[in-house]
Design a protein around this ligand. Structure first.
Ligand code: FAD
Length: 321
């Protein structure tokens, strides 16, 4: 069976959930091989984890030239792996870094690139090449697409698939990549871990509760419901521009893209630029005082009411369980 390369998403060696989602999707296309770049000492531990989701092989690429620099060396390492293994496809998480690696890789190997897929299937009626589903133009169109040139490079949004376990061999293979001087132009001089909030990372969370201008700057009800549900907190740009919450919480065209199982919006009108970042959420719930707010056009469940009373009441009910 043909190999499918999956770039492992990790934070200092700790494998993140989108990796397991990609491995689950990769099994539809061929035999998954995970690629672990940049934290080699933890390669064996990572291999054990990804093997549970079907990774037959785990390429460990560890080199100071990769670790100490930004994305360019990672793209070079992947290029060399693609040239060595001729995979059926390369799946990469749709993170800021993942998309940059994917773009650089596609240019290097002269392949087509699809970003922000929310589903990947093998083309049953055709030659088995991956067919992706994407939501474009702020979610107004759903597109199915496939790469017609070279090795398909596909970035997939977090939460696009439910990780399903399947035993793989997880055979570790050290891969020595050669990093060119031109890829070592942006060096990491310092990095600071994010302050731990105890909540999941916004772009990976299965549940997101977001607040907008309607919070009036009081995010406690939003945080309370997020904590009751075990979710992440998000915000509209109006809330961010008002200085109520940092930009790292912003969802939308100029913020983060989320695709959780459940998205709860409170005091958010549903502007097209906000929708662009959350429209592919599986179930959308909105609480808004205005029954004509545009957000109600896209919800699965809507509550006309004040978020300052609805959110605490919902959190109380959840906490009672
Ligand atoms: P509003 O549109 O003011 O809506 C507030 C809503 O809260 C209203 O519907 C109101 O009925 C409701 N409300 C008020 N009080 C309560 C209450 N107590 N309980 C319940 N409901 C209440 N926006 C983003 O979000 N993300 C982006 O990335 C983004 N990028 C942009 C990029 C560009 C180039 C531009 C031009 C705009 C961008 N915007 C973005 C801004 C976007 O157009 C909207 O202005 C913004 O999303 C509005 O935020 P909001 O829904 O919180 O505020």
């Amino acid at each position: 069976m043909t190999e499918v390369l999956v770039l492992i998403d990790h934070a200092d060696g700790e494998v993140k959930k989108p990796t397991y989602e990609l491995l689950t999707l990769a099994r539809r296309l061929g035999e998954p091989s995970a690629v672990f770049i940049g934290a080699g000492s933890q390669g064996a531990a990572a291999a054990e984890k990804v093997a549970k989701y079907g990774a037959e092989k785990v390429y460990v690429v560890d080199d100071a030239d990769i670790k100490g620099y930004l994305v360019a060396p990672k793209a070079e390492a992947l290029q060399q792996l693609v040239e060595k293994s001729s995979p059926a496809a390369v799946l990469i998480p749709s993170t800021f870094e993942g998309k940059e690696v994917a773009g650089r890789l596609a240019i290097k190997i002269g392949s087509g690139l699809i970003t922000d897929a929310v589903d990947v299937q093998a083309d049953d009626g055709g030659d088995g090449t991956p067919v992706t589903t994407q939501s474009v133009f702020a979610g107004n169109y759903t597109v199915t697409a496939k790469v017609t040139t070279g090795t398909p490079i596909i970035t997939v949004k977090p939460n696009s698939a439910t990780p399903e376990e399947a035993a793989g061999a997880g055979t570790v293979e050290e891969f020595a990549a050669t990093v060119s001087d031109s890829a070592k132009k942006a060096q990491i001089v310092a990095s600071q871990p994010r302050k731990a909030s105890g909540r999941p990372e916004l772009t990976e969370a299965a549940i997101v509760v977001a607040g907008g201008r309607g919070t009036g700057g009081k995010f406690e009800p939003v945080e309370g419901l997020a904590d009751a549900l075990g979710g992440a907190v998000g915000a509209s740009r109006a809330a961010v521009d008002s200085g109520w919450i940092p930009h790292s919480f912003q969802i939308g065209q100029t913020g983060k893209t989320v695709s959780p199982q459940l998205y709860v919006a409170g005091g958010i009108s549903g502007a097209i630029q906000h929708r662009a970042g959350m429209q592919t959420s599986k179930t959308i719930v909105a609480v808004n005082k205005d029954d004509e707010a545009p957000i109600f056009e896209l919800v699965d469940f809507g509550v006309v009411g004040d978020l300052h009373t609805v959110f605490p009441a919902a959190a109380e009910k959840v906490n009672e369980r």
